[in-house]
Design a binder for this molecule. Structure first.
Ligand code: ACM
Length: 490
C-alpha cells in the first residue's frame, strides 16, 4: 500500500533527464537505516543523513562506506558526462547514489530531498526506480542586487540554501552601482566608508557592505553548496557611488552629488584619464584575488553617458584585465559592441533581438548567458496587482517565466553557444529578504528547470502540477513565495 506521504519518483524540480519508476522497488525506510560514503563524500553523506533524520525521526547514523543508503564516487572516467551528473537507484533494500564528482552527489541529494515528505512521518517510503540525470547547461544562475539595497551575509546565506535545492549553481552579486558600493576594496577605503554607509541605496534605505572577510566567508559558504559566486563591478556606467567616494574618477574632478533615486545612464568613468585605469585595475586585482570562481563580471550595461568611442576605448583596455588576474570576463550584452577577448561571455538581457554584436560574438566562438528581461528578470511584477517590482519589461507570470527557451531567443545564438541561463533580481523596490523571496519564488524554479532539464522533457502543465506540491515545502522552510493564481497550490 502506498504510504499517504509517498511522493512519485518524477515529482522533482528541475525534472530529471530520465525517470524510470519501479513500483515493486519502493524503499520503506527502516528504523535502522544508515548512510555510507567514501571519505571524499563525507560532508554530503552527513547532509543526507540529516535530511533522513528530520523526515523519519530515526537516528540515521553514518556507516563507513556501507549502509542501506550509499553514496558512491565513480572513478571510472566517463568521458562525456557532466561533473554534475548522477544516478539514483531506489530499491526495496536501500538506495544507491553514484556520481563522478562530489558536485554530482550533491545534485543527487537535492533530488532525494524532494522525494522525502515535507512533514516528518512514522512511515517514510521512497518511490522505487532509477533516475539518471545531468544538466542541460553548466551555468544556471540567479543574481542579487546588493547595490540598490544591501542584504547582509545571513540573508545571502539563506538565499543560497533555498536556491541550491533547485540545482542553481551560480550566484551573481551586483556589488556596485550609482546608489552604493558594497564590497570593501583594500587601498580604496572611501568606497565603502562613503558609499556603503548610512543613507546609501534606493531612497537611502539600503545601507551596508561586505568586508573582504565577510565576502570570503560567503564565497566559501556558497562553495559548500556547490554554488559559484560571480562578483560584478559595474563599469564604465553605474559608477556614481565610486565617484562620490573618489571625485578624481570624474573627467573634471568636480565632486558628484550622492544619488539614491532609481535613474540609470547618467554616470561614467572617464575613458581618457589614467587614474581611471589605475582604479579599475586595482579593483579587478582585489576582487579576483578574493574570488576563487572562474568569472568576474564587469557590467558594461546602460553606459548612456559614455560616447561609443570612449566605451570602446575603456572596454578594450579593461576586458583583458580580467584575464590578467586569472578570470573570464562576463559583461552585459552591450559589451559585444567591442572586440572581445576569446573567453569573454556576453550576458544577453534584451527584450527584442537587435544587431548588437552578440550573434557575431557567438559565431566567433563566444559562449553566451541568456537573461532576457521579459522572461527571466525576477524583479518584473507577476501581474498588475503585484505590490513589489517593476514592469518596464512587462509583467512576468509563472507560465511566462517557464514557457520560453534560451536557444530560441536570438538568431545565431543556439544551444551550442549557450553557457547557460540566469535570472537576475534587481532590488529597486525590494527592502528585505522576504521581498527578495517573494519575487524569486516560485519563478526561479521555472528558470532552474529551463537550465537543467532537457528541452524535450519540459512541459508547462507538468511543471505546474509539480510546482503545486512545493507550496507546503517552501512554506515549511519559511520561504516567502508568491502564491500565484496560475498554480493550484496544495
Ligand atoms: C540591466 O538590466 N541593466 C542589465
Amino acid at each position: 500500500m502506498r504510504a499517504p506521504t509517498m511522493r512519485h519518483l518524477g515529482d522533482v524540480i528541475p525534472l530529471p533527464a530520465s525517470v524510470r519508476p519501479d513500483a515493486s522497488a519502493d524503499f520503506r525506510i527502516p528504523a535502522d537505516v544508515t548512510v555510507g560514503a567514501a571519505p571524499a563524500a563525507a560532508a554530503i553523506a552527513d547532509e543526507l543523513a540529516g535530511l533522513l533524520r528530520r523526515a523519519t525521526g530515526f537516528p540515521v547514523p553514518r556507516a563507513g562506506e556501507g549502509g542501506s543508503v550509499r553514496l558512491l564516487l565513480d572513478d571510472e572516467a566517463d568521458g562525456g558526462k557532466s561533473p554534475e551528473s548522477y544516478r539514483l537507484d531506489i530499491a526495496a533494500d536501500g538506495v544507491t547514489l553514484r556520481a563522478p564528482t562530489a558536485q554530482g552527489l550533491f545534485a543527487g541529494v537535492q533530488t532525494v530531498r524532494q522525494l522525502l515528505p515535507v512533514e516528518a512521518a512514522a512511515e517514510v517510503v521512497l518511490p522505487g526506480g532509477r533516475i539518471e540525470d545531468e544538466p542541460r547547461f553548466p551555468y544556471r544562475g540567479t543574481m542579487l542586487d546588493l547595490a540598490r539595497h544591501f542584504y547582509g551575509p545571513a540573508d545571502v546565506r539563506s538565499f543560497i540554501d533555498t536556491i541550491a535545492q533547485f540545482k542553481i549553481n551560480h550566484l551573481h552579486l551586483h556589488l556596485t552601482d550609482d546608489q552604493g558600493w558594497r564590497l570593501e576594496i583594500e587601498g580604496w577605503p572611501r568606497l565603502t566608508e562613503v558609499s556603503g554607509g548610512a543613507g546609501t541605496g534606493i531612497d537611502g534605505a539600503g545601507p551596508g557592505f561586505l568586508t573582504a572577510r565577510e565576502y570570503t566567508d560567503l564565497v566559501a559558504y556558497a562553495e559548500s553548496r556547490f554554488i559559484t559566486i560571480v562578483p560584478e563591478i559595474d563599469m564604465p556606467g553605474h559608477v556614481n557611488a565610486a565617484q562620490l567616494a573618489y571625485p578624481e574618477l570624474t573627467c573634471d574632478g568636480v565632486p558628484v552629488q550622492q544619488r539614491t533615486d532609481p535613474e540609470v545612464g547618467y554616470s561614467s568613468l572617464c575613458a581618457g584619464k589614467e587614474e581611471t585605469y589605475a582604479f579599475v585595475e586595482d579593483v579587478i586585482r582585489v576582487v579576483a584575488a578574493l574570488t576563487p570562481g572562474p568569472y568576474l563580471h564587469i557590467g558594461g550595461d546602460e553606459a548612456l553617458n559614455t560616447t561609443a568611442e570612449d566605451y570602446r576605448t575603456f572596454l578594450t583596455r579593461v576586458l583583458p584585465l580580467a584575464g590578467k588576474y586569472g578570470k573570464r570576463a562576463i559583461g552585459w550584452h552591450e559589451m559585444a559592441a567591442v572586440d572581445l577577448p576569446p573567453t569573454a561571455i556576453p550576458q544577453y538581457w534584451r527584450i527584442e533581438p537587435a544587431d548588437d554584436g552578440v550573434a557575431r560574438a557567438a559565431a566567433a566562438g563566444h559562449q553566451v548567458i541568456m537573461s532576457p528581461a521579459d522572461r527571466s528578470y525576477l524583479d518584473m511584477k507577476y501581474d498588475d496587482t503585484s505590490p513589489l517590482g517593476l514592469d518596464w519589461a512587462g509583467v512576468v507570470g509563472v507560465e511566462r517565466s517557464y514557457d520560453w527557451d534560451p536557444a530560441d531567443r536570438l538568431p545565431g545564438v543556439g544551444e551550442e553557444s549557450l553557457l547557460g541561463v540566469e535570472a537576475p533580481l534587481w532590488s529597486e523596490t525590494l527592502r528585505s529578504l522576504a521581498d527578495v523571496e517573494f519575487m524569486a519564488f516560485p519563478r526561479l524554479l521555472a528558470i532552474a528547470e529551463i537550465g537543467w532539464t532537457p528541452r524535450a522533457g519540459r512541459d508547462w502543465q507538468s511543471f505546474r502540477r509539480r510546482l503545486a506540491e512545493f507550496g507546503p515545502r517552501l512554506a515549511a522552510q519559511g520561504v516567502n513565495f508568491h502564491r500565484s493564481p496560475e498554480i493550484d497550490w496544495r
